[in-house]
Design a protein around this ligand. Sequence first.
Ligand code: UDP
Length: 373
Amino acid sequence: MKTVRKMKTLLTVIGARPQWIKASAMSRVLQRAEHGIQEHVVHTGQHVSQEMSGIFFEELGMSAPNTLLEVEFDPARRMGQMMHGIAATIAEIKPDAVLVYGDTDSTLAGAWAASRAGIPLIHMEAGLRSFDRDMPEEINRLLTDQLSAVLLCPSESAVDQLRKEGVYTDCRPGVLVQASGDLMLDTARWIGGQPEPTSGGNKVLLTMHRPSNVDDLDRLKWWVEAIKNCIEKQNIEVIFPVHPRTEQALKKAFGVNWKVQLMDWGIGIRPPAGYVQMMQWLKEVSTVWTDSGGVQKEAYFMHRPALVLRNSTEWTDLVDVGAAMLSPDPAELMERNAQLMARDFTHVFETNLFGDGRAAEHIATALQTWFQK
Ligand code: UDP
């Protein structure tokens, strides 16, 4: 008699902009149903607007989530509501595993709910560390890795980090740790993000939304002043899609006419962009200035050097190979930019840090084997 193997159910938790980019690559592969895994997707409600969520579902061909939670804005209340909503969905669906992505509050909420329910947790983008515990994301990463049964790392250095921490040897035998490549690379290539030579000029793509840069209005003003100086003295053009959090802060710092003011200074203010537009800009610009984790990596995928507007980065490989440079101090922005532009990038982008652009395939195969054990 033929045995029919039951499909395994994966409860995928997503909730914030960078997670659409990663999860869509995985869903495309799982939808083919070749790996015997079906997904139930919970959207935690962390980002729900058209510009931060809807447009990505459309552009990346994602199905509507199976469950959409409603949460409030206050971070502590929101965390509780996300945990509660995910726990209720676990109780209803009874998944074989819970899958979380990256380092957002949605990631940690999913990790906690899985752990409480005794369901194995899979962490995608495990092993990254900025070594800066003032970043909420670093706390989310550390805790999620501690709770995970399967740790899927985007790079070999992330595997090394977990080895150093003893995550899969000393404390939790049986845990699966694997370098699988980076799902964001899958999505960038899928949407046509192939590196092209720059068309010359001195265009910069700027993104900035970390609380450490925008919540303190004095610091935000120093950044704007520094950007304005670079435009005047280094003859650069800046494209700046503004995150909603940054928009609120700019309004407080420069008043209701903040947009007119910044545009007058030559800063190319844009609304938050869709993913297709981001890839297009990455082709057009010569440099990227960002405090985003995802954008500094996409700059590398598209062979563009990046200034990382922070004290630290979890993507340490980018700094090690010379593709990115930390630039935490507004007063030094101009100098750092000049230093970065003076670098020779001939071999920098040949380093292939994040796999072959088929991470989702590798991960689906690894999960299929893991589920059968
Ligand atoms: N992104 C986008 N539009 C924007 C800014 C960013 O599509 O206006 C994309 C970006 O290309 C990357 C992801 O959003 O894929 C990164 O998200 P974000 O910067 O919000 O989060 P982080 O990576 O810092 O966690």
